[in-house]
Design a protein around this ligand. Structure first.
Ligand code: GLN
Length: 570
């Protein structure tokens, strides 16, 4: 008999932002370690067709898949926790679904039927089933974006309900809820969770599991209370207290036997946890309690401020990639967020009045990806400071383009070097439109139209980049590596020769040799000064840190060792 595919729907109760995505990711880690092939699906209620058109302070980082689909940061967590690449089919937005249904209606795809919300619901169902097929997985875990009660995700709730009627024995529901402990009362309250369960029932869905997020573990008494009020077994109320590191969540779930409980609910064999989970546990411990030397990394960006709050969500994958490589380099990363605007002045040209001394405490500086003009002169000033003062520097996408502009301005002496993104009429367009991009912008075609996803880069031997990838055994046939991209602009081919003559090395290029993918300075000139046109952070995984981040962290480690005021701890 054909083994049936299992589906776990995960729905948020009480409030958002309590770590539903991490819960989903962690279940993925656990079931994978039990020997099951798992795919994780995110359904997002917004009408943007993909996340690429949203501002990072609005919705966090835009994460890019191999396929080039621009998704939200949850997909990044999913891939990091699963340790494998997901497909475009694993990401579903209302925008995609509505667009598909309306386009189909316009081409008479529904054969004259009245098209309404039912077609939307059925299209969601079709996509979830299709993702399972494409992944050839045993279990799909589907996270419904938003919280129970949102009017925005009603169609997804309805799709989840009807899914159970189509696959009655193969669907399990899970609610990730929040249990507050108000300071004035001093007791953990279960009522909001009970109410959320009631609200869920009003959609025709009864949950099988409740993950209770709270500041402390849920005690037996409260587990029993929730279980009896919500018609579930007490052992299926899983405690998810606040913890220091997200990588501990699977470890904590394992303590509550969540995977076993789930397998039982899905009527799947309760297989043993394999060796991969031991490696995971060690990594989680290592990242959290690392006793190694502290290495201070400044991440210079502009997407940190939202209202009165500072958020690092916009650079999530970068921050995680630093942590994995710090662990690999045997050091503890202390990450500082730096607002690039602090390094520019009114007319943003004169360097004299800017105080750079705060950068001296860094053992390494990263300028991550970005768009537009804000904060650019500040970033260029910081890059110059890092180059001249031999602070290890790592530029990611925009960070690589700016490093090339800085080099052209201050080493080659090409005043007015610029990117066409800021001033297409600048005297020296060191960074220019990629050939096919100009037309797209002129037509206002912004959505999903950048150079996106996985592309090959050919590495030159005897370079910093080559050694890093070589050490990690990532170099394929023909000295080629594969990385994910998201950009419209590139190093202008007209300036390559001059830049190289001036000392900048393009150690990675597209295999046809036209597009500059990695720029660097030789180690004889600078301990680490390297930028990538691609986004290495999208392929950094906890159990396989990214080779370039690791090389950067090692250079930062050497710099940290030079600092006399810090006692040696290794
Ligand atoms: N804005 C630059 C470009 O479009 C860099 C993009 C990025 O950093 N992701 O080319």
């Amino acid at each position: 008999m054909k083994k049936s595919h299992k589906y776990v729907f995960v729905i948020g109760g009480v409030m958002s932002g309590v770590g539903k995505g991490i819960a989903v990711s962690s279940i993925g880690t656990l079931l994978t370690a039990k020997g099951y092939k798992v795919n994780l699906v995110k359904v997002d209620p917004y009408l943007n067709v993909d996340a690429g058109t949203m501002h990072p302070t609005e919705h966090g980082e835009v994460f890019v898949l191999d396929s080039g689909l621009e998704t939200d940061q949850d997909m990044g967590n999913y891939e990091r926790f699963l340790g494998r690449d997901l497909t475009s089919d694993d990401y579903i937005t209302s925008g995609m679904v509505y667009k598909y249904v309306i386009d189909k209606e316009r081409s008479l795809g529904y054969g004259g039927k009245c098209v309404d919300a039912k077609q939307i619901r059925d299209e969601i169902v079709r996509r979830i089933e299709h993702a399972a097929k494409v992944n050839k997985s045993d279990i799909s875990i589907i996270e419904i974006g938003g919280t129970i009660g949102d009017y925005q995700n009603v169609m997804f709730m309805e799709a989840a309900r009807v899914f159970k009627t189509y696959h009655s024995k193969d669907v399990v529901f899970m609610m990730v809820s929040y249990l507050p402990t108000p300071g004035s009362i001093g007791e953990m309250k279960t009522r909001p969770t009970q109410n959320a369960e009631r609200q869920l029932a009003s959609y025709g869905i009864n949950t099988d599991f409740i993950i209770g997020r709270a500041s402390t573990p849920i005690d037996k008494k409260r587990k029993e209370k929730i279980a009896s009020a919500c018609n579930i077994r007490p052992e299926r109320v899983i405690s998810a207290p606040d913890i220091k590191s997200i990588y501990d969540v699977p470890v904590n779930f394992e303590k509550d036997h969540l995977a076993e409980q789930l397998l039982e609910a899905m009527e799947l064999p309760k297989t043993k946890t394999d060796k991969s989970f031991k490696a995971w546990t060690n990594m989680a411990k290592g990242i959290k309690n690392h006793k190694g030397k502290e290495v201070h990394i400044g991440v210079v960006g502009k997407y940190f401020n939202t209202g009165d709050f500072i958020l690092s969500d916009a650079y999530l994958s970068v921050l995680e990639a630093i942590k994995f490589s710090a662990y690999a380099a045997g050091v503890k990363a202390v990450i500082h967020t730096v607002n690039s605007r602090d390094f520019e002045n009114e007319n943003s040209k004169s360097k004299a009045v800017i105080d750079f001394s705060s950068l001296d405490k860094f053992d390494g500086i990263i300028v991550p990806g970005g768009f537009g003009e804000t904060g650019i002169e500040g970033k260029l000033n910081v890059i110059r400071y890092a180059r001249e003062n031999k602070i290890p520097y790592f530029g990611l996408c925009y960070g690589m383009q700016l490093m090339t502009i800085e080099y052209a301005r201050n080493v080659l002496g090409l005043a007015g070097s610029q990117t066409a993104e800021i001033d297409p009429k600048a005297p020296h367009l060191i960074i220019d439109f990629m050939p096919d991009q100009k037309k797209k912008i002129a037509e206002g075609n912004y959505g999903g139209s950048m150079r996106l996803g996985l592309y090959p880069t050919k590495l030159s031997k005897d370079t910093v980049a080559y050694s890093a990838y070589d050490l990690a055994e990532k170099i394929g046939k023909g000295n080629v590596i594969q990385e994910r991209h998201r950009h419209r602009y590139e190093v202008n081919p007209k300036y390559i020769e001059r830049l190289e003559k001036g000392g900048l090395v393009f150690s990675g290029r597209s295999p046809d040799g036209h597009l500059m993918e990695i720029a660097e300075l030789p180690t004889s000139v600078h301990p680490f000064f390297l930028g990538t046109q691609f986004h290495p952070e999208f392929l950094a995984r906890p159990l396989s840190p990214h080779p370039l981040f690791t090389a950067f962290m090692k250079a930062a480690r050497s710099k940290a060792k030079e600092r006399p005021e810090v006692a040696e701890q290794e």
